[in-house]
Ligand binder design. Sequence first.
Ligand SMILES: [Zn+2]
Length: 237
Amino acid sequence: MLMTEALYMTDSYLKEFDAKVIEVEGDSVILDRTAFYPQGGGVLCDTGALEKDGKSTEVVEVTKSAGRILHKAPNHALSVGDSVCGKIDWERRYALMRNHTSAHLLSSIFYTRLGVLVTGNQIGTEQSRIDYSMETMDMDAINKAFENANEEIKKDKAVKIYSLAREEAMKIPGVVKLANALPPSVDMLRIVEIDGVDIQADGGCHVRSLKEIGEICFLKAENKGKNNRRIYYTLRN
Ligand SMILES: [Zn+2]
């Protein structure tokens, strides 16, 4: 079966790459390898362009299906076997990386200090939101968690990505914080570790060090049904 090698899994900072077209499905192009992050895990997808012989075609959406990563490029004239250069919209991606690492940092602090689990998130470029399973909305605790998160950012902790045998990984408390989303049954888990703060099984793109986040600013909190609290934040450089 045709599969796409996900280059973003090993290098979140890869902005350009060469690849071959292995399949074309209407306006979607499937490559042998890609740095484009497909929509998933509560994180928006990358956008950008595919270039061939100096001609550029816009990638407007990226999705994943059965191991293949589909680049929706409505105006493409590509065919199987073509060599292309992929370029991701780095400004958008970097904003998503900063927001995503922030979500891990906040979730970790909520988990360790308040004992609450994340039930969902939506990582965006301008603002992001995280849903927590929390009985009552404790605004003091929430404000304190944001304060703690920003203190950690000032310490400029490193963010490391590596793989770990599933059996070993599952021994780490809180390695899966998304309450209802255990990773699929694979032997090796991809781990994202914020040095000394958080260890999380995750397939997304992250910054290398917390300082790149800037400052996490609380926007608002909402009640979303029984035991569910939604928190919005944005980042400041
Ligand atoms: Zn994540």
